[in-house]
Structures are given as C-alpha cells and as structure tokens.
Design a protein around this ligand. Structure first.
Ligand code: KG4
Ligand code: ZN
Length: 346
C-alpha cells in the first residue's frame, strides 16, 4: 500500500441518502455530510426511485462543496474519488457514478466504484477501537442480510444470506402493514418499546436446521394474521411489533452464535441500517461477551447509509493500486463475492 496516497472523496447515492466524505491516511476521516430524503418519500410510504435520483442531482454537488469548505482542503490535493457503484437503484447510482467520475477526470485523479455492502462491513474501522482481521460481519440492511467471514480487504467469504426479504425489508414491510410511517424500521422499533414481550410468540425462521441462511418473509404474514385475529387496538399493535422485533433479534443472534462457533472467531462486526436497532445491539453484545469475544459497531450514523464508509473503502482500494477505466458503470444487482481480490491483502 502506498502510504502517501492523497485524501479520497467518497460519494454514496445508492438509495435515499446523499452522503459525501473525505478520508485521508494520516488523520482519518476529515469531514462527512449527509442529506436524508426521508421527508421527500414519507408521503408515498416508501422510496420513489425517480424522485430519489432527482434529489441526488440537486444535493450532491452542494454537499461536495460543503466538505471542502469544512476541511479547508483544496480539491487539487485530492488523491482519488470513490462512489457507490451498486447494489442499489440504478438512477440513483448513476448520479453518484457520473459525478464521481467527472470530478476525478477534471482533477486528473483515479476513481473507483465501491460495493455498498463492502462499505458497510468496513464502517467499524472508522471507530477508535477497530476490529482486527479476521472477523465475522453481520450485515443487516434494507436490501441484504449476510454473514461474512472477513480476512482483509477484498477477502470475503459469504457464510450465509437472506433467501427472500432482508431483515430491514421485513421491518419496513411489517411496519407498513401495521400502518406505521416510513421509514418503517425505526417506527416499528419505537413501537416495540411499549409492547409486551409475553403476549405473542413469532417463529424464528430457519433456526431449526443447520446452516447460516436467513428467511424473514414469513414473519410479515405472521404479523398480518396475528393482527387480524387479535384485534386492532394500540396495545395489540405494540405487542405485535414487540413479538416481531424479538423474533428478528433472536433469529439473528442464533445465526451469529453459530457463525462464531463454526469459524472459531471471537470478533463480530454488526453493520447496516438494522445495526442501529437497540434491542439487537444489546442482544449481540451479550452474546459475544458470553462467548469471550467482542462485538464492534459503527457509530449509529455510520450504521445507516453514509459517505464515510465509501470514502474509507475507496481509500483502501485506491491506495492498494486498484484502478478502473473511464467508463461510467453501475450494478443495481451485484454480488459481494465478486469483489474478492485475487490473493487479497490484509
Ligand atoms: O443500510 P441502510 O441504511 O440502507 C440499505 O443499504 O438498505 O439500511 C436501511 C434499513 C431499512 O430497512 C430501515 O428500516 C432499517 O435499516 N433500520 C432499522 C432501524 N434503523 C434503520 N431497522 C430496525 N431498527 C432500527 N432502529
Ligand atoms: Zn446501506
């Protein structure tokens, strides 16, 4: 790795958050800025892709200007540009990719497309007490649930993943059918706080058989049926939210325990939007310390989508000498396994 590689500008526009950051070798994260589109999409009950793209177009360059103003850095000092190239909404991704590549061309520096989930799994490295490799990463976002064995940059072994709805998607869909406002995950988690733990018991999908894959789509049907059978008062709604959250947290914890036992690794990284869930954090911290290990989280604002994780992943890849041609390419569907670097680096 070339230690002298200059600061990297990171851009995240894969879904409904515009994130920008600058990461540098010596001082780490210099600045980050985020614009959330929550208010834009709230009235539609979910993300409207065309509106997301247009809003990224409006917000991205002002945010880029903002991080340069905050840091006082001259764009001429930038060593490279990283942007999320997938997975995500194609129009939204294209805004970040086209802007990132154009800035890099204008500045005469290399640019690189980053896999969004690689960004998430490296995010805990930005904290004061980063995990050493190897570690097991539980990635729990809106689009993906995955357990990954991480040996180093680009050395990822997928141990298990969701066969249908991701954990965040299950939170969002269940919240929607209970009539809770978008974004569903945090709304449902808040309601679960006033729910009683002993009224309903939801299944723990795929925990009764070996393996590390997940299936959460049945839980929303279970929630809907319970809702129809048990009535629709506010306390029942909270009790259903609690039973749903308990089932997701328990299922994730069972699979994490298996993954740690199977690999013999004690370090567990939890990242992605659902990693902001308090009940999940408490449960996994207790699990890891019970096994003599430790759990590592990004700070809550870096659990959900952000530019800092993209700047950091981009810095690592660019500083290790990776380059791409000028073509603007995005991958709405993109396997993390394809980001494995032959031979890897650690
Ligand atoms: O990683 P992320 O910001 O975006 C994707 O890459 O998908 O994750 C967003 C997901 C959404 O499904 C959202 O409902 C969920 O994370 N989420 C939560 C919480 N905060 C965000 N789910 C449960 N509890 C939370 N506190
Ligand atoms: Zn994400």
């Amino acid at each position: 790795m070339r230690a002298e590689f200059g600061p990297v500008l990171g851009i995240e526009t894969s879904c409904d958050e515009t994130g920008v950051a600058i990461y540098e070798a010596r001082r780490g994260l210099l600045a980050h800025a985020l614009h959330s589109q929550v208010n834009l999409h709230a009235r539609y009950g979910g993300v409207v892709p065309e509106l997301a793209s247009r809003d990224h177009v409006r917000k991205l360059l002002p945010l880029v200007r903002g991080v340069f103003e905050t840091t006082g850095l001259d764009p001429a000092a930038i060593g490279g540009v990283a942007y999320t190239a997938g997975p995500g909404l194609v129009g939204a991704l294209l805004v970040g990719a086209a802007t990132g590549r154009s800035l890099a061309l204008a500045w005469g520096v290399p640019a690189i497309g980053i896999h969004h989930m690689e960004g998430h799994l490296l995010a805990p490295m930005l904290e004061a007490d980063p995990p050493e490799c190897p570690f097991v990463a539980l990635l729990v976002s809106g689009g993906h649930t995955m357990l990954v064995r991480v040996e180093g940059l680009g050395r990822y072994q997928i141990l298990g993943e969701s066969l249908d709805d991701a954990a965040g998607e299950a939170f969002d869909k269940t919240a929607k059918l209970l009539g809770l406002p978008y974004p569903g995950g945090p709304s449902l988690a808040r309601l679960a706080g006033s729910g009683r733990p002993d009224r309903f018991r939801f299944p723990r999908p795929m925990t009764d058989r070996p393996g590390l894959d997940f299936s959460f789509s049945g839980l929303k049907t279970f929630a809907l049926n319970t809702w129809h059978e048990a009535g629709s008062d506010e306390q029942t709604k909270a009790d259903i939210a609690r039973a749903f959250e308990d089932a997701v947290v328990d299922t994730l914890a069972i699979k994490c325990r298996r993954a740690l036992e199977q690999t013999g690794i004690g370090r567990l990284v939890v990242a992605g939007g659902v990693g902001a869930n308090r009940a999940l954090r408490e449960r996994l911290s207790a699990l890891a310390s019970g096994l003599g290990g430790k759990v590592y989280y990004p700070r809550p604002e870096f659990c959900t989508d952000n530019g800092a994780m993209i700047a950091y992943a981009g810095f690592l890849r660019l500083a290790s000498g990776q380059e791409e041609d000028l073509e603007i390419r995005v991958h709405p569907r993109w396997s993390l396994a394809s980001r494995t670097i032959a031979g890897g680096s650690s």
